[in-house]
Design a binder for this molecule. Structure first.
Ligand code: TPP
Ligand code: MG
Length: 641
């Protein structure tokens, strides 16, 4: 506790003096909760922390020198200067991250616990969160999933009475104890300013979790003695209240306990001096560390992919299979070959997925193919946490439109954690999802949202168009060390095509020229590739020769293949099912205009859906959705220029 207190007192001074940039949230007054909660934890146990996480990280064993250096944004900080106070993490030591997003750590802790459960190890995960986080959806999804799967997670609430400036009483109509009962989860209240009481309670709770008795919620009552952030004018609390908690300070309380146990002030003083000396040395060493080299700006965004070469073309007269067989086959082979792979999502287990894609996998692989509650944040978050624990999760989000429900876990966690941890976080996560317009599925079950995902640095976005590519790219996605969103088009599930051998793996980030031509290049993706090929056949009758490029991977974009094609044809059309404005066509057009404008004999054209949500009425949807005729018209216009 003295180490945490001394660390944060020094941080307060560093922040005041401008040596620490950004914002800083201190946990001064809450040290007993952090230390008590981590007391029974082993190195292989995991914690997830919050914006107020210095104490949790130190209590789990991180070294103060690295943390000082991190806060001062230095190259040898815990996260190599990519994280800062709110994002300290060291996954190798079981610290899966302080987190700038309130409640985001709870689903990640669930994922770490899933990893422990699947590996049949008796490790546990402790998710720290504040009283304010109890109002967030991620809390409810994580606790419910942990309860349903009886996961070894301890949800550890530090109730310090406030969420920012708002008292807890104004945020919750029911106490946490009643919420725990509502989820069928054990609840324990502790005096969070009494380190001995907290450590004792946690010893029993953690040991129950290790024994497979499922999750618990612990509520530690405590108080933060500084503001919500350093510099907070703290108008929301009275001087009397602050004074009262001074006397209940955890270090004061524990010094009394030590004295009562016969430990003299000289011993306590010696501990204080040794901690101060350690911290001063750590701070001096941190100050000597350099700022990150700006040449390393792009590091840690995407990990090197395993080398994969383009498989040879498949014979036209060989066996055929459907896209849905490709998906099941790829999942089955990966589950079979790699113990780290597991599959989770709504009705992917017993139900075999609403399209029958995972039918039979649960029978063969048991608990490695898991049905989840309808909790997209928990589904994506368990993928993030399990991936950080070294697994290769394949989680399913039923419809691409539903990424809106779990976007934080993709945008702020999966995509950013490898970067924010300076490469410390593993993230071999695959998120399978599907879309597809043309069958009146309506605005919320149709949309092609790849541009939204491709716009997030760190995410890989794959959209295959053929059964063989679906098989080979899904295998590559599962083997990839990066978070990959694998987007299927459900209208292609029944489409047949040549069946590759079992060892077929298609490289991520490589487009393919699916039809050669000389007059116009059409770059397309997913189902629109088939429309583009049909359009190319149609305009061939008018004497126009069209080359069709199937992107296969949206991010990273294979600009080389596109530029080579445009160099041959001098005309470019991009066709996608997504709405035109701000779509991937704009990115491709900008790239070609920048890198090859001298090759172009005509302005770059785009075909895509109209800028409205997908309509329900078939007449409206047909008018909205681009098809082969729209593409053929655009090709003819381009060829005339
Ligand atoms: C999703 C999200 N919403 C809002 C915020 C802004 N914010 C940061 S901390 C905080 C209060 C959190 O209160 P609590 O969970 O009780 O933690 P404490 O600050 O008391 O430790 C808020 C609203 C955020 N970081 N993330
Ligand atoms: Mg709070």
């Amino acid at each position: 506790m003295l180490l945490i207190r001394g660390f944060e007192e020094r941080v307060a001074a560093l922040y005041r003096d401008g040596e620490v940039p950004g914002f800083v949230h201190l946990s001064i007054g809450q040290e007993a909760a952090a230390v008590g909660a981590c007391w029974p934890l082993r190195d292989d146990d995991v914690i997830t922390s919050t914006h107020r996480g210095h104490g949790h990280c130190l209590a789990k064993g991180l070294d103060p020198r690295g943390m000082f250096a991190e806060l001062m944004a230095r190259a040898d900080g815990t996260n190599r200067g990519r994280g800062g106070s709110m994002h300290i993490a060291d996954p190798g030591r079981g610290v899966f991250g302080a987190n700038g997003i309130v409640a985001a750590g709870l689903p990640i802790a669930v994922g770490a616990a899933v990893a422990a459960q699947l590996r049949e190890r008796d490790a546990v995960a402790v998710a720290f969160f504040g009283d304010g986080a109890v109002a967030a959806g991620a809390f409810h999804e994580a606790v419910n999933l942990a309860a349903v799967w009886r996961l070894p997670v301890v949800f550890f609430c530090e109730n310090n009475g406030y969420a920012e400036f708002s008292p807890a009483s104004s945020q919750h109509a029911a106490p946490l104890e009643r919420r725990a009962a509502g989820y069928g989860v054990d609840y324990v209240a502790v005096d969070g300013n009494d380190v001995v009481a907290t450590a004792r309670a946690m010893r029993d709770i953690v040991s129950a979790a290790r024994d497979g008795r499922g999750p618990s919620i612990v509520e530690a009552t405590t108080y933060r003695r500084h503001g919500h952030y350093e510099g907070d004018p703290q108008r929301y609390r009275s001087a009397d209240e602050v004074r009262e908690w001074e006397t209940r300070d955890p270090i004061v309380v524990h010094a009394d306990q030590l004295r009562a146990a016969g430990i003299g002030d000289d011993t306590i003083g010696a501990i204080e001096r040794s901690v101060a000396c350690e911290l001063d040395g750590a701070l001096d060493a941190a100050r000597r560390s350099a700022a990150p080299d700006v040449a390393t700006l792009h590091d840690f965004v995407v990990r090197a992919r395993p080398p994969t070469t383009e498989p040879p073309p498949l014979p036209a007269d060989g066996p055929v299979f459907r896209t849905m067989d490709a998906i099941r086959g790829a999942l089955e082979v990966e589950l079979d070959h790699d113990e780290r792979v597991f599959v989770a999502g709504i009705d992917v287990g017993e139900g075999g997925n609403v399209f029958g894609l995972t039918r039979g996998l649960r029978d063969r692989f048991g608990d490695r193919v898991r049905d989840t509650p309808i909790s997209e944040t928990a589904i994506a978050g368990l993928g993030v946490g399990a991936a950080m624990a070294g697994m290769r999760p394949v989680v399913e989000i039923m419809y691409l439109d539903f990424v809106g429900v779990c976007l934080d876990q993709l945008l702020n966690q999966a995509a950013k954690l490898p970067f924010m941890t300076g490469g410390g976080a593993r993230m071999a996560l695959t998120v399978r999802t599907q879309f597809g317009a043309g069958r009146s599925s309506g605005s919320q079950h149709s949309q092609s949202l790849e541009a939204l995902l491709a716009h997030i640095p760190g995410l890989t976005v794959v959209m295959p168009s053929t059964p063989a590519d679906t098989y080979g790219l899904l295998r590559a996605a599962i083997q990839d060390p990066n978070p990959v969103v694998f987007v299927e088009n459900r209208l292609l599930y029944g489409t047949k095509g040549p069946q590759p051998p079992d060892d077929h793996v298609v490289p991520i980030g490589k487009a393919s020229v699916v039809r050669e031509g000389t007059d116009v290049t059409v770059v397309s993706v997913s189902r629109m590739v088939h429309e583009a090929v049909a359009a190319a056949d149609a305009v061939a009758r008018d004497g126009i020769s069209v080359e069709v490029v199937d992107l296969r991977t949206v991010a990273p974009l294979d600009t080389a293949t596109i530029l080579e094609s445009v160099a041959r044809t001098s005309r470019l059309l991009i066709a996608h099912e997504a709405v035109v404005p701000f779509g991937i066509g704009a990115e491709i057009a900008a790239t070609v205009a920048r890198d090859a404008f001298w090759d172009l004999d005509a302005p770059i054209a785009r075909v895509g859906a109209a800028a409205t949500p997908p309509p329900y009425a078939p007449e409206l949807e047909r008018a909205w959705l681009p098809d082969r005729d729209d593409i053929a018209d655009a090709i003819r216009r381009l060829a005339r220029v």
